[in-house]
Write a protein that binds this ligand. Structure first.
Ligand code: ADP
Ligand code: ADP
Length: 227
Protein backbone atom coordinates (compact mmCIF):
# COMPACT_ATOMS: atom_id res chain seq x y z
CA UNK A 1 0.00 0.00 0.00
CA UNK A 2 2.77 2.47 0.99
CA UNK A 3 6.33 1.35 0.33
CA UNK A 4 9.17 3.63 1.36
CA UNK A 5 12.63 2.47 0.26
CA UNK A 6 15.88 4.02 1.44
CA UNK A 7 14.50 7.54 1.63
CA UNK A 8 16.71 10.41 2.75
CA UNK A 9 15.65 14.02 3.26
CA UNK A 10 18.08 16.79 4.14
CA UNK A 11 17.43 20.40 5.10
CA UNK A 12 20.77 21.95 4.13
CA UNK A 13 23.41 19.96 5.98
CA UNK A 14 20.93 18.51 8.44
CA UNK A 15 19.55 15.04 7.70
CA UNK A 16 15.93 14.91 8.89
CA UNK A 17 15.15 11.44 7.45
CA UNK A 18 18.01 9.02 7.01
CA UNK A 19 17.96 6.07 4.56
CA UNK A 20 14.55 5.04 5.86
CA UNK A 21 12.63 2.01 4.61
CA UNK A 22 9.11 1.15 5.72
CA UNK A 23 6.06 -0.66 4.34
CA UNK A 24 2.55 0.20 5.50
CA UNK A 25 0.00 -2.50 4.76
CA UNK A 26 -3.50 -2.00 3.41
CA UNK A 27 -6.02 -1.11 6.16
CA UNK A 28 -3.21 -0.93 8.70
CA UNK A 29 -3.12 1.73 11.42
CA UNK A 30 0.55 2.60 11.73
CA UNK A 31 1.64 5.11 14.36
CA UNK A 32 4.93 6.97 13.96
CA UNK A 33 6.08 7.72 17.49
CA UNK A 34 9.06 9.78 18.54
CA UNK A 35 10.29 12.95 20.23
CA UNK A 36 9.80 16.40 18.78
CA UNK A 37 12.17 17.01 15.86
CA UNK A 38 12.82 13.33 15.01
CA UNK A 39 11.42 13.70 11.48
CA UNK A 40 7.82 12.50 11.87
CA UNK A 41 6.15 15.38 10.00
CA UNK A 42 8.87 15.35 7.37
CA UNK A 43 8.13 11.69 6.69
CA UNK A 44 4.41 12.37 6.20
CA UNK A 45 5.10 15.33 3.92
CA UNK A 46 7.43 13.20 1.81
CA UNK A 47 4.64 10.64 1.30
CA UNK A 48 2.14 13.22 0.01
CA UNK A 49 4.77 15.10 -2.03
CA UNK A 50 4.49 18.33 -0.08
CA UNK A 51 8.28 18.16 0.05
CA UNK A 52 10.78 16.40 -2.20
CA UNK A 53 13.16 13.71 -1.03
CA UNK A 54 16.88 13.71 -1.80
CA UNK A 55 17.05 10.00 -2.53
CA UNK A 56 15.12 6.76 -2.30
CA UNK A 57 11.74 5.66 -3.62
CA UNK A 58 8.15 5.92 -2.43
CA UNK A 59 5.34 3.83 -3.88
CA UNK A 60 1.65 4.23 -3.16
CA UNK A 61 -0.66 1.40 -4.26
CA UNK A 62 2.18 0.01 -6.35
CA UNK A 63 2.81 3.29 -8.19
CA UNK A 64 5.87 5.48 -7.90
CA UNK A 65 4.67 8.79 -6.39
CA UNK A 66 6.74 10.63 -8.98
CA UNK A 67 4.30 9.30 -11.57
CA UNK A 68 1.21 10.45 -9.64
CA UNK A 69 -0.21 13.86 -10.55
CA UNK A 70 -1.55 16.17 -7.84
CA UNK A 71 -5.14 15.24 -8.50
CA UNK A 72 -4.52 11.48 -8.37
CA UNK A 73 -2.56 11.94 -5.19
CA UNK A 74 -5.42 13.86 -3.57
CA UNK A 75 -7.84 11.13 -4.54
CA UNK A 76 -5.59 8.56 -2.91
CA UNK A 77 -4.27 10.42 0.13
CA UNK A 78 -6.10 12.50 2.73
CA UNK A 79 -4.11 14.68 5.09
CA UNK A 80 -5.08 15.93 8.56
CA UNK A 81 -2.94 18.25 10.67
CA UNK A 82 -3.27 19.86 14.07
CA UNK A 83 -5.11 23.20 14.47
CA UNK A 84 -4.37 25.09 11.21
CA UNK A 85 -6.46 22.50 9.39
CA UNK A 86 -9.58 24.48 8.53
CA UNK A 87 -9.90 27.42 6.17
CA UNK A 88 -11.29 30.20 8.45
CA UNK A 89 -13.11 32.11 5.71
CA UNK A 90 -15.13 29.07 4.61
CA UNK A 91 -18.05 27.50 6.42
CA UNK A 92 -18.06 23.88 7.53
CA UNK A 93 -19.67 22.50 4.36
CA UNK A 94 -17.15 24.27 2.10
CA UNK A 95 -14.28 23.06 4.27
CA UNK A 96 -15.44 19.46 4.05
CA UNK A 97 -16.07 19.80 0.30
CA UNK A 98 -12.59 21.13 -0.54
CA UNK A 99 -11.19 18.05 -2.22
CA UNK A 100 -14.47 16.86 -3.83
CA UNK A 101 -14.75 20.40 -5.25
CA UNK A 102 -11.19 20.24 -6.62
CA UNK A 103 -12.11 16.88 -8.14
CA UNK A 104 -15.13 18.56 -9.80
CA UNK A 105 -17.85 16.45 -8.20
CA UNK A 106 -21.44 17.54 -8.96
CA UNK A 107 -22.98 19.90 -6.37
CA UNK A 108 -25.77 17.56 -5.25
CA UNK A 109 -23.27 14.73 -4.76
CA UNK A 110 -21.08 17.08 -2.71
CA UNK A 111 -23.98 18.24 -0.49
CA UNK A 112 -24.99 14.66 0.20
CA UNK A 113 -21.42 13.69 0.96
CA UNK A 114 -20.95 16.65 3.35
CA UNK A 115 -23.97 15.56 5.40
CA UNK A 116 -22.80 11.93 5.43
CA UNK A 117 -19.37 12.99 6.65
CA UNK A 118 -20.81 15.19 9.40
CA UNK A 119 -22.96 12.28 10.61
CA UNK A 120 -19.95 9.96 10.45
CA UNK A 121 -17.92 12.16 12.80
CA UNK A 122 -20.88 12.57 15.16
CA UNK A 123 -22.04 16.10 14.31
CA UNK A 124 -25.64 16.87 13.31
CA UNK A 125 -25.58 18.09 9.68
CA UNK A 126 -28.39 20.66 10.12
CA UNK A 127 -26.69 22.22 13.11
CA UNK A 128 -23.13 22.29 11.79
CA UNK A 129 -22.99 22.61 8.00
CA UNK A 130 -23.32 26.43 7.93
CA UNK A 131 -21.08 27.23 10.90
CA UNK A 132 -17.75 29.01 10.52
CA UNK A 133 -14.59 27.46 12.02
CA UNK A 134 -14.50 30.29 14.62
CA UNK A 135 -17.84 29.02 15.99
CA UNK A 136 -16.49 25.52 16.66
CA UNK A 137 -14.85 24.07 19.76
CA UNK A 138 -11.41 22.46 19.38
CA UNK A 139 -12.92 18.99 19.38
CA UNK A 140 -15.57 19.92 16.80
CA UNK A 141 -12.94 21.53 14.56
CA UNK A 142 -10.85 18.35 14.62
CA UNK A 143 -13.91 16.29 13.75
CA UNK A 144 -14.45 18.56 10.73
CA UNK A 145 -10.76 18.08 9.85
CA UNK A 146 -11.27 14.32 9.85
CA UNK A 147 -14.52 14.65 7.86
CA UNK A 148 -12.72 16.74 5.26
CA UNK A 149 -9.89 14.28 4.92
CA UNK A 150 -12.28 11.35 4.37
CA UNK A 151 -14.77 13.22 2.14
CA UNK A 152 -13.23 12.18 -1.18
CA UNK A 153 -12.86 8.61 0.12
CA UNK A 154 -9.06 8.32 -0.13
CA UNK A 155 -7.49 4.91 0.60
CA UNK A 156 -4.82 6.46 2.77
CA UNK A 157 -4.98 8.99 5.59
CA UNK A 158 -1.88 10.80 6.78
CA UNK A 159 -2.49 12.36 10.18
CA UNK A 160 -0.07 14.68 11.93
CA UNK A 161 -0.96 14.93 15.64
CA UNK A 162 -4.59 15.47 14.61
CA UNK A 163 -5.96 15.39 18.18
CA UNK A 164 -3.07 17.24 19.83
CA UNK A 165 -5.03 20.43 20.43
CA UNK A 166 -8.15 18.72 21.81
CA UNK A 167 -8.85 18.55 25.57
CA UNK A 168 -8.12 15.15 27.18
CA UNK A 169 -11.72 13.95 27.56
CA UNK A 170 -12.76 14.82 24.02
CA UNK A 171 -9.46 13.47 22.76
CA UNK A 172 -10.16 10.02 24.17
CA UNK A 173 -13.64 10.05 22.63
CA UNK A 174 -12.30 11.18 19.26
CA UNK A 175 -9.51 8.58 19.31
CA UNK A 176 -11.94 5.75 19.97
CA UNK A 177 -14.44 6.98 17.39
CA UNK A 178 -11.79 7.49 14.80
CA UNK A 179 -10.34 4.03 15.31
CA UNK A 180 -13.82 2.58 14.82
CA UNK A 181 -14.33 4.57 11.61
CA UNK A 182 -10.89 3.51 10.34
CA UNK A 183 -11.70 -0.17 10.91
CA UNK A 184 -15.14 0.12 9.31
CA UNK A 185 -13.89 1.95 6.24
CA UNK A 186 -10.63 -0.08 6.12
CA UNK A 187 -8.50 3.01 5.65
CA UNK A 188 -4.73 2.78 5.70
CA UNK A 189 -3.56 5.28 8.30
CA UNK A 190 -0.15 6.73 9.07
CA UNK A 191 -0.59 8.66 12.29
CA UNK A 192 2.12 10.84 13.84
CA UNK A 193 2.30 11.48 17.57
CA UNK A 194 4.77 11.98 20.42
CA UNK A 195 2.22 10.59 22.90
CA UNK A 196 2.95 6.96 23.78
CA UNK A 197 -0.51 6.35 25.29
CA UNK A 198 -2.13 7.53 22.07
CA UNK A 199 0.18 5.25 20.06
CA UNK A 200 -0.65 2.23 22.24
CA UNK A 201 -4.39 2.90 22.12
CA UNK A 202 -4.72 3.37 18.37
CA UNK A 203 -2.14 1.37 16.51
CA UNK A 204 -1.81 -1.98 14.77
CA UNK A 205 1.92 -1.28 14.67
CA UNK A 206 4.15 1.39 16.14
CA UNK A 207 7.22 2.70 14.34
CA UNK A 208 9.56 4.45 16.78
CA UNK A 209 11.64 7.14 15.13
CA UNK A 210 14.71 8.88 16.49
CA UNK A 211 16.87 11.39 14.61
CA UNK A 212 15.36 10.37 11.30
CA UNK A 213 15.90 6.64 11.74
CA UNK A 214 13.64 3.77 12.76
CA UNK A 215 14.64 2.49 16.20
CA UNK A 216 11.95 -0.17 16.54
CA UNK A 217 8.85 -1.25 14.65
CA UNK A 218 6.41 -3.73 16.13
CA UNK A 219 2.90 -4.30 17.50
CA UNK A 220 1.96 -2.27 20.59
CA UNK A 221 1.80 -5.47 22.68
CA UNK A 222 5.36 -6.45 21.82
CA UNK A 223 6.68 -2.90 22.27
CA UNK A 224 5.23 -2.82 25.80
CA UNK A 225 6.73 -6.21 26.67
CA UNK A 226 10.09 -5.54 25.06
CA UNK A 227 10.78 -1.80 25.28
P1 ADP B 1 8.83 16.11 14.09
O1 ADP B 1 7.59 16.08 13.25
O2 ADP B 1 9.25 14.76 14.54
O3 ADP B 1 8.75 17.07 15.24
P2 ADP B 1 10.01 17.39 11.78
O4 ADP B 1 9.89 16.42 10.67
O5 ADP B 1 9.04 18.51 11.83
O6 ADP B 1 10.03 16.61 13.16
O7 ADP B 1 11.46 18.03 11.77
C1 ADP B 1 12.63 17.23 11.82
C2 ADP B 1 13.83 18.14 11.92
O8 ADP B 1 13.98 18.85 10.71
C3 ADP B 1 13.75 19.16 13.03
O9 ADP B 1 15.03 19.28 13.60
C4 ADP B 1 13.36 20.43 12.32
O10 ADP B 1 13.85 21.54 12.99
C5 ADP B 1 13.98 20.26 10.96
N1 ADP B 1 13.18 20.91 9.91
C6 ADP B 1 11.89 20.64 9.63
N2 ADP B 1 11.46 21.39 8.59
C7 ADP B 1 12.52 22.14 8.21
C8 ADP B 1 12.73 23.10 7.19
N3 ADP B 1 11.76 23.44 6.34
N4 ADP B 1 13.95 23.66 7.10
C9 ADP B 1 14.94 23.31 7.94
N5 ADP B 1 14.83 22.41 8.93
C10 ADP B 1 13.63 21.83 9.06
P1 ADP C 1 -5.27 26.05 -0.89
O1 ADP C 1 -6.17 26.02 -2.09
O2 ADP C 1 -5.74 26.93 0.21
O3 ADP C 1 -3.82 26.25 -1.25
P2 ADP C 1 -4.76 23.28 -0.89
O4 ADP C 1 -5.22 23.17 -2.30
O5 ADP C 1 -3.31 23.19 -0.59
O6 ADP C 1 -5.36 24.58 -0.27
O7 ADP C 1 -5.47 22.18 -0.02
C1 ADP C 1 -6.84 21.92 -0.14
C2 ADP C 1 -7.17 20.67 0.62
O8 ADP C 1 -6.43 19.59 0.13
C3 ADP C 1 -6.90 20.73 2.11
O9 ADP C 1 -8.01 20.15 2.75
C4 ADP C 1 -5.70 19.87 2.34
O10 ADP C 1 -5.83 19.17 3.57
C5 ADP C 1 -5.76 18.94 1.17
N1 ADP C 1 -4.42 18.66 0.68
C6 ADP C 1 -3.49 19.55 0.33
N2 ADP C 1 -2.39 18.94 -0.12
C7 ADP C 1 -2.64 17.62 -0.04
C8 ADP C 1 -1.91 16.47 -0.36
N3 ADP C 1 -0.67 16.54 -0.87
N4 ADP C 1 -2.47 15.28 -0.14
C9 ADP C 1 -3.70 15.18 0.35
N5 ADP C 1 -4.46 16.24 0.68
C10 ADP C 1 -3.94 17.45 0.47
Amino acid sequence: MIKISNVTKKYGDFTAVKDLSLTVNKAEFLVILGPSGCGKSTLLRLINKMIARDSGEIEVNGEDIDDLKGEELRKTIGYVIQSIGLFPHMDVKKNIATVPHLLKWKNDKISKRVDEMLALVGLEPEKYRDKKPSELSGGEAQRIGVARAIASDPDILLMDEPFGAVDPINRLRLQKEFRKIQKELKKTVVFVTHDIDEALLLSDRICILNQGEIVQIDTPERIVLDP
